[in-house]
Design a protein around this ligand. Structure first.
Ligand code: 3PG
Length: 199
């Protein structure tokens, strides 16, 4: 994955392909569409169908039902801000890659009990950020993270420099302001800038 995964909140189906194409134009091809809007599943279906070069996933998946809906819509992976035992089990039972979220060691241990070694760290900045991830790497050197929450151009490079971070998620590449103004070229510009910055 990654190294940068845009966290997308898309309110209008008609914006979906413009946003995804703008990101693909910058070589950002792993996209997380959060299930925070009524059209999110439709958006995932459309991107999965129209843009096969995109690796489209769902975000804000909080239960078994949403995991199944994500798969049915064509998502290739699903990300959760947290974890429950039922969701972890559903991830193991189903046929879509699940990345559960953690912000504590005990949650990490629950995830590891179910075989998950790739986890979202959320909300990253509010949960101790880089210092926390460095500390977690001591007792749990084999667990890999995709931190999100408070990550932007100013700190993304420092996160990605950590040995236990494989990618970072964030909404800064596609803000609601950019979408409202239909400023699709700005999305490509910010995404290119971010990739150059982390190289
Ligand atoms: C997420 O859902 O992963 C976060 O809301 C993204 O956080 P950000 O808006 O601080 O990038």
């Amino acid at each position: 994955m990654g190294p940068i995964v845009p966290v997308l909140v898309i309110n209008k189906v008609e914006d979906a392909l413009y946003i995804a194409e703008a990101l693909l134009a910058a070589d950002v091809n792993v996209l997380e569409v959060t299930l925070r809007t009524p059209v999110a599943l439709d958006v995932i279906s459309i991107i999965a169908k129209e843009l096969p070069e995109a690796i489209i996933g769902s975000g804000t998946v909080t239960n078994r039902h949403q995991l199944q809906q994500s798969y049915d819509a064509g998502a290739k992976f699903a990300i959760s801000p947290g974890l429950t035992k039922d969701l972890l089990q559903a991830g193991n039972d189903g046929n879509i890659a699940l990345i559960p979220g953690i912000s504590s060691i005990s949650e990490l241990m629950d995830g590891a009990d179910y075989g998950y070694d790739h986890l979202k760290f959320f909300p990253a900045e509010a949960s101790g950020g880089i210092k926390a991830l460095k500390s977690i790497g001591g007792p749990f050197p084999d667990i890999r993270f995709c931190p999100t929450g408070g990550i932007n151009l100013n700190n993304v490079r420092d996160y990605l420099a950590l040995p236990n971070v494989v990618c970072c998620g964030g909404s800064w590449l596609v803000s609601s302001e950019i979408v409202d103004n239909k400023n699709w070229s700005e999305i490509t510009k910010l995404a290119k800038q971010a990739l150059v910055h982390v190289k």
